[in-house]
Design a protein around this ligand. Structure first.
Ligand SMILES: [Zn+2]
Length: 234
């Protein structure tokens, strides 16, 4: 039997290009309450915290208990922190909306997973911007997030636009609130492939008058920062 470390290196080499970025490590701190534990499990099961994007430097993601429901990027530590209370807030908000509109539990669960994927990719956007020497900016984090989400989680793109749209009107969902921000994010996702992502326009998550310009918006973002969102091994 090979030495465990050699086995690890072999397995990483053999799946080069397909494996998640070795530059991203994810750590879940113990949850201090049943509600936080539910959030911890939800986040872990969602599969949201992963990327195949090549990172300029290693990044750590830490999910943990915190006083405020927040998500942060710490440039000095190169650490993304996601609070269990924010995960819980996303879950409760989307579950509440689903109950109001009588959507089934499965739909609500898919939306929550997609929202957590947006949450992670937005923070990854802050990280990629900073590590590439760009000034920090919420719109820029969303442009990065749109590009990396399309590359990493193509099957979640439509749900991601929907979930962000549903969260937009709810204040205090850290980094995910705001109708304008949501419309721009939806426009970028729609613009990445207007035929495949047609439900984003049909759903009205991007305003109808803006939809025809979204492919241009996406292409502008891609030519500006697409070189910083290349998949590892590509
Ligand atoms: Zn942000």
């Amino acid at each position: 039997m090979p030495h465990p470390l050699i086995a690890l290196v072999l397995s990483m080499t053999s799946t080069l290009g397909a494996a998640p970025s070795p530059d991203l490590t994810v750590r879940y701190e113990p949850a201090g309450s049943p509600r936080a534990e539910q959030a911890r499990k939800l986040l872990a099961d969602s599969g949201a915290l992963k990327t195949k994007i090549k990172l300029p430097k290693p990044v750590e993601v830490v999910a943990r208990d915190c006083d405020e429901p927040r998500a942060t990027w710490d440039g000095e530590e190169r650490r993304i922190a996601i609070c269990y209370s924010l995960v819980d807030k996303v879950r409760r908000t989307l579950t509440g909306i689903a109950q109001t509109e009588e959507a089934d539990a499965r739909t609500a669960a898919h939306r929550v997973d997609a929202a957590l994927t947006v949450l992670f990719h937005h923070q990854l956007g802050h990280a990629l911007g900073a590590m590439n020497g760009l000034p920090d900016d919420e719109g820029q984090a969303d442009r990065f997030a749109a590009l990396t989400l399309v590359a990493d989680a193509p099957k979640r793109v439509i749900r991601a636009a929907e979930a962000r749209h549903l969260l937009a009107g709810h204040a205090g969902v850290d980094h995910l609130s705001g109708p304008e921000e949501s419309a721009t994010f939806a426009c970028l996702l729609y613009g990445a492939d207007p035929a495949k992502h047609a439900p984003i326009a049909k759903g009205g998550w991007v305003p109808a008058e803006r939809a025809p310009t979204c492919a241009d918006e996406y292409n502008r973002a891609k030519s500006a920062i697409g070189g910083m969102t290349v998949k590892a091994g590509a």
